[in-house]
Design a protein around this ligand. Sequence first.
Ligand SMILES: [Zn+2]
Ligand SMILES: [Zn+2]
Length: 263
Amino acid sequence: MSDSPPDFNLAVCNLASGSKGNSTYISDGETAILIDAGLSGVELQRRLTSRGLRPENLDAIIVTHEHSDHIKGVGILSRRFKLPVYISGKTRSAGPQLGNLAEIRSFECGTKFKIRNLTIHPFSISHDAEDPTGFTIGQNGTTMAIATDLGIATAMVKEHLKHCALLILEANHDPRMLETGPYPWPLKQRIQSRVGHLSNSDSKKLLHELQHANLQHVILAHLSEINNTPQKAFEEVAQALTRCNAELTVADQYTCGPVIYLK
Ligand SMILES: [Zn+2]
Ligand SMILES: [Zn+2]
């Protein structure tokens, strides 16, 4: 990060988002982690490099859940760069396709842990995986959160997302596009269920509740390519931001986003 501002607490870059692969880079300038690595190792390295971020400087990978769009590149990156993988015991058991990992460090939802100066707080989310997890990541008083792949935002989830400077929130589908779209009925039901994915309107409601004066940035993530458009997600969720000046952006499946610096 050669052209980074001199004083920041966290740098965040979404590398990929959607059902074909998810990964987010987070660093405080000294420690660098990935939340999920759901593209091939080569492609994730390419995306990091394209933003001036060095794959060989990564310190760890944290896994949210065992679905392949979140773990595809975990094994290869862990072995290639000797990265410890932070993963819950249940997710590890449910994801044998992870293969060999350089090192496994188990966490439990509800129990904070540190990776050097980063404080990671995992919390349970409602999704059809073994032990799906959202995270807050804090450093020097600045906290960000990531919560994608959730059917509903429980009171506990809201509690975790409440005071963050940056939120990565799911805006998976436009309910009308899903309803009238090509997916078979059981899949439509799964997506809309309590263990599925948040819609644009769910995300709008959630953000309306969560916004606060110090919210700096919101990244909408895990958009469906079939049942949503970036424009629909943006226009709907932007209506929620009535009490803060947070910047709203939409994460993409095929290109990585900008590096966002938080003070
Ligand atoms: Zn997913
Ligand atoms: Zn999932």
